[in-house]
Design a protein around this ligand. Structure first.
Ligand code: PLP
Length: 379
């Protein structure tokens, strides 16, 4: 009954573990949930006021499919100032979250049988999107948890259409350096491969400066779809506003698919996203500093255990190497949840066994308690 392409899809492991954790919570169990994929802050006050104002002003009709001009202009300006990228407004498409931008990108690029390179570990939905496009995921992995230029080049075949890059990364919190991105860009241009650059965690950065691969030169810019949004930067996950910037042809195709599937992103949310550009820099900086404090604490605590990890430079995740304790990540996470009531996401969900993701949008009190339980479990 159901189309073949759905047979290959597995339910998101992030959601599965969350559901299990919530179930236990409902039974009254005190769960420390390290599986969330969103900041634990509230949306900024000025964003909330803008949404209320939009409702009051009856800004309740369809907008243009790629979004309202004022928001596209703000995004255009942001891309110029923060990322050194010049796009015309019709190369920017606002969508229902970065997730829809990513989905649209895969759909417009891939023919059946095309190959898409997905560096492991990857954000759970990349693989599903590729499968839904009836394209073929090609995985690369190594202990650095980032794709190397050699791996990239060796993975390219006649059928390669695109590669996903995600910096800062979910699930590792690692970033690619400017040099690394430039080396990858050289190969993408040489091999004529499109880059889907997911930069959603750009603003949650503890070290270094964010670099957009498309800013390297015009050749790579023409082959890159840069994707970003306000979900993580402004704690606006529920508002569902993301966007893409790409060449006119790709942007045009993305408008078409969106026009026939969901139309515009929510009109009220677009007004709220517009206001997010005026949120005080201090307020956003304080949130990043809060994440940094938690990161440093977790890192200090984990160093006392058998767990190995790279110190994350951004995002709000640790990707824990649990190989010295248990190779089966699902078993590890299930037992940890059952015995110690701590929820982590198995590495398997991100394409890598022997790892687990710890997400730290949580209070310091819960983080302390969760790490105490995790240590007891390991010992
Ligand atoms: C790497 C990555 N890309 C994209 C998204 C989707 O973001 P949005 O909420 O804007 O759809 C997420 C959300 O978890 C993510 O982790």
């Amino acid at each position: 009954m159901i189309a073949d392409k759905f047979q290959k899809l597995t339910p998101s492991a992030t959601l599965t573990i969350n559901a299990k954790a919530n179930e236990l919570k409902e039974k009254g169990v005190n769960i420390v949930n390290f599986s969330a994929g969103e900041p634990d802050f509230n949306a900024p006050e000025n964003v909330k006021q803008a949404a209320i104002q939009a409702v009051k002003e009856n800004f309740s009709r369809y907008t243009a499919v790629p979004g309202i001009l004022s928001l596209k202009e703000k995004i255009q300006q942001k891309l110029k100032e923060d990322n050194n990228l010049s796009y015309s407004v019709d190369e920017i498409v606002i969508a229902n979250g970065a997730k829809q931008s990513l989905y649209n990108a895969v759909m417009v690029l891939c023919n059946k049988g095309d190959e898409v390179i997905i560096p492991c570990p990857y954000w759970v939905s990349y693989e599903a999107m590729v499968l839904l496009a009836e394209a073929k995921p090609i995985y690369t992995s190594n202990s650095s948890l980032k794709i190397t230029p050699e791996e990239f080049e060796n993975s390219v075949t006649e059928k390669t259409k695109a590669v996903f890059l995600n910096s800062p990364s979910n699930p590792t919190g690692l970033t690619y350096t400017k040099k690394e991105l430039q080396e990858l860009a050289e190969i993408a241009v040489k091999k004529n491969v499109f880059v889907i650059s997911d930069e959603i965690y750009e603003k949650i950065l503890f070290e270094g400066e964010h670099y957009s691969i498309a800013s390297y030169n015009d050749e790579i810019k023409n082959r890159t779809i840069t994707i970003n949004g306000v979900s993580k930067s402004h704690s606006m996950t529920g508002y569902r506003i993301g966007y893409s910037a790409s060449n006119k042809e790709i942007a045009g195709a993305m408008k078409k698919i969106q026009g026939h599937s969901t139309s515009n992103a929510c009109s009220i949310s677009q007004k709220a996203a517009l206001a997010s550009f005026d949120t005080s820099k201090e307020e956003l900086k304080m949130q990043v500093e809060e994440f940094r404090k938690r990161r440093d604490f977790i890192s200090k605590e984990l160093k006392e255990t058998k767990i190995k990890f790279f110190l994350p430079q951004g995002g709000f995740y640790f990707f824990l190497d649990i190989s010295e304790i248990e190779k089966d990540s699902v078993k590890f996470c299930s037992e940890l949840l059952e015995k110690k009531h701590v929820a982590l996401v198995p590495g398997k969900a991100f394409g890598m066994e022997s790892y687990a993701r710890l997400s730290y949008p949580n209070t310091m009190e819960n983080i302390k308690e969760g790490l105490k339980r995790l240590k007891e479990f390991i010992e």
